[in-house]
Design a protein around this ligand. Structure first.
Ligand code: MG
Length: 451
């Protein structure tokens, strides 16, 4: 079972994930449906991404929920944030389930639980779900209490929910030419229409849902979006946008066809929000680039760091009343809209910023401080030993998630992976030489602790 940094046996930081029909089975999906129905009662929304196994798992989850006596609102193929926003808006829904493996490769799928306010389940809620799943203490009702299934469409609510919040006049006046790469994922059903309704000229690629992902891997990182970069150059577009498989993330290509790093986009949006609000808190994991903190501080705001994973970012945003939050992977959180990552909202706000400032994307990101960020992996079979060794070696480090050590001219993060027997090391500095030195030092420290 693939777990993304979670502590449980089943649930990672993004629900349950695994290879379809090997690690994640239909039987598990049925019982997970029973678990959320038992925990939440009422009516639950169910949606899915475009993967080949998603209709199968959606049916199984729906069967589980109705067998536990709850009704299901079946939203079909939708971006994860579209379902989350719908659950938030519809006060009569007690939560939801998304069948998605987000950016994972083709063979994977996953099941993620959503709260009644649209947020993902927190770590403690996932732990509670897991206990109920393992102890089989979920409910199965008699024949005459089985739940009903209603088919609904949440796309209009979602698209119009975004349009209500952004400055449509400013965006549409510019008639931006946008190349949109949906990666054959769930974004196909909403983002092209949204762009059209924002008055943009949208050229879409990989824009039909296809769970074989024939053109690119669902993760919208630089090496997977070279075709998008080429299309932006060839069509002389203003901007390129790429979604991951369930469109809760967006990454960007500037008007020159160059990929803009996800951390830089996070810093740019964080700065925009802090400026708009005249200050405020921005929440981001300890793995984010220092350029975020620099940009936020310069704009008069403050950064609060969390462990890695979007539910903890959202939870901390709620607790601190943050104006903005996000991860350095293209997952941005706009709290006035939804306390969860939202790819379509991200692209709308980026277009709004370009329109309001009257600047090209490459000009906007020019003001974001430049850092060299290096990453490495070291084999690590004993996570506890590593963490204890790190506490001894760096007593003053930030242990929010692994050890983050600050130096005058850079920082380093050493973190045991939640999914693989490795330690991840990140080093960052304005100087490449220093970043390399820090990275090498980190690798040596890990090796010497584990030897
Ligand atoms: Mg995703």
């Amino acid at each position: 079972m693939t777990r993304i940094g979670g502590a449980g046996k089943l649930f990672g930081t993004d629900g349950v994930r695994g290879i379809a029909n090997e690690e994640l089975t239909v039987e598990m999906a049925v019982n997970l449906g029973r678990v959320i129905a038992t925990l939440r009662d009422g009516t639950l929304a169910v949606g899915m991404d475009a993967r080949l196994s998603s209709p199968m798992f959606k049916s199984a989850v729906t069967a589980g929920i109705t067998s536990a006596g709850c009704d299901v609102v079946d939203l079909g193929l939708v971006p994860t944030p579209a379902l989350q926003y719908y659950v938030k808006c519809r006060k009569d829904l007690s939560g939801g389930v998304v069948v998605t493996a987000s950016h994972n490769p083709r063979q994977y799928n996953g099941i993620k639980f959503i709260q009644e306010d649209g947020r993902e389940f927190t770590r403690s809620m996932d732990e509670e779900s897991e206990r109920m799943y393992l102890s089989k203490s979920y409910r199965i009702v008699p024949w005459d209490k089985v739940g009903k299934v209603y088919v609904e469409d949440c796309r209009r609510t979602y698209i119009e929910g975004i349009m209500e919040k952004v400055d449509i006049d400013a965006i549409s006046e510019k008639k931006f030419k946008v190349v949109l790469d949906c990666g054959n994922g769930a974004g196909c059903v909403t983002s092209p229409e949204l762009l059209r309704r924002l008055g943009c000229r949208c050229i879409s690629i990989n824009a039909h849902p296809d769970g074989t992902f024939p053109c690119r891997n669902p993760e919208p990182v630089k090496e997977n979006v070279e075709f998008l970069m080429q299309c932006v150059r060839d069509s002389k577009a203003d901007i390129g946008v790429a979604h991951d498989g369930d469109a809760d993330r967006a990454t960007f290509v500037d008007e020159r066809g160059e990929f803009v790093s996800e951390d830089v986009m996070l810093a740019l949006m964080a700065k925009y929000y802090v400026e708009k609000n005249g200050g405020g808190i921005v929440v981001t994991p300890v793995s984010s680039s220092k350029c975020v903190e620099d940009a936020v501080r310069e704009a008069g705001g403050k950064v609060i760091y969390t462990a890695v994973g979007s539910p903890v970012v959202a939870e901390t945003m709620l607790k601190t009343g943050a104006v903005f939050g996000g991860e350095g992977n293209g997952g941005l959180v706009f709290p006035e809209h939804l306390l969860a990552r939202d790819g379509a909202m991200s692209l709308s706000r980026v277009l709004e910023l370009m329109a309001k400032e009257g600047k090209k994307l490459s000009e906007l990101v020019k003001d974001i401080p430049k850092y060299v960020t290096l990453k490495a992996k070291v084999p690590c079979r004993d996570k506890l030993k590593l963490l204890e060794g790190l506490k001894e070696k760096f007593p003053d480090a930030d242990f929010t998630d692994g050890a983050r050590v600050e130096y005058e001219d850079g920082w380093i993060l050493i973190r045991p992976s939640g999914t693989e027997p490795i330690a991840r090391i990140m080093a960052e500095s304005k100087s490449e030489k220093k970043a390399k030195e820090l990275l090498e030092m980190g690798m040596e420290v890990v090796k010497s602790i584990l030897s």
